[in-house]
Design a protein around this ligand. Sequence first.
Ligand SMILES: [Zn+2]
Length: 250
Amino acid sequence: MATAVDTRMSEAEWAARQELAACYRVFDMLGWSEMIYNHITVKVPDEEGAFLINRFGLHFSEVTASNLVKIDIDGNVLGDPAPVNRAGFVQHAVFHRNLPHAHCIMHTHTTAGMAVSALEGGLRPTNFYATAFAGQLGYHDFEGVTVRDEEGARLIASLGDKRAMFLRNHGILVMGRTLPEAFLTHWSLQRACEIQLATMSMGTPLEVPAEVIAVHQRDLSQAQAPGGPGAADFAAMVRLVDRTDRSWRD
Ligand SMILES: [Zn+2]
């Protein structure tokens, strides 16, 4: 296993690379990879304006700590040349640039997430997970593939003060102050979408009344695992990945 000393990187950058590489493997294990597309990005903690992203052309299952690419806010590669999907980074850059708390940003095209993003009415408060997001989701109308900088202001406006966002007809976008926090948000939203998909395939779902939604959202923090939002959840998923493949550490 490589270390920060072997790679001549700061301890902070190497730790961020390891956590992000593990996250790509967790996403793949959970069925959230999309051929060679989609991105999870994090800020490099000790280098202002530097971010880590997957190398364009690799499947999520091939991502390792050392093959992640360091880029600036415009998607230019810092260090050794490597292919990066600059187009894919445009929307991440908008949020990294405008939201100081967005350490980690995740965007996926999962079937359930994309399906709900394309549904009139979007995610409805009809299941446990969806109820937790009621009133906390932004929606951004589809304008075509997100490669144009001028869409940025509209993306920020669509998110507003919400926790996460559906890109309509397109997919899920979540962010977090830490990677595990973003992971837990993505997992919960993905589950909400999967269950809505299943429920609507059977008939008309029951909506949870507003007063129950308020109680649910008020009391949810009492059911949180120790260690900060998503920390225990993410660590458990990394242990599962490690049972079959530990190569993300390299
Ligand atoms: Zn996309």
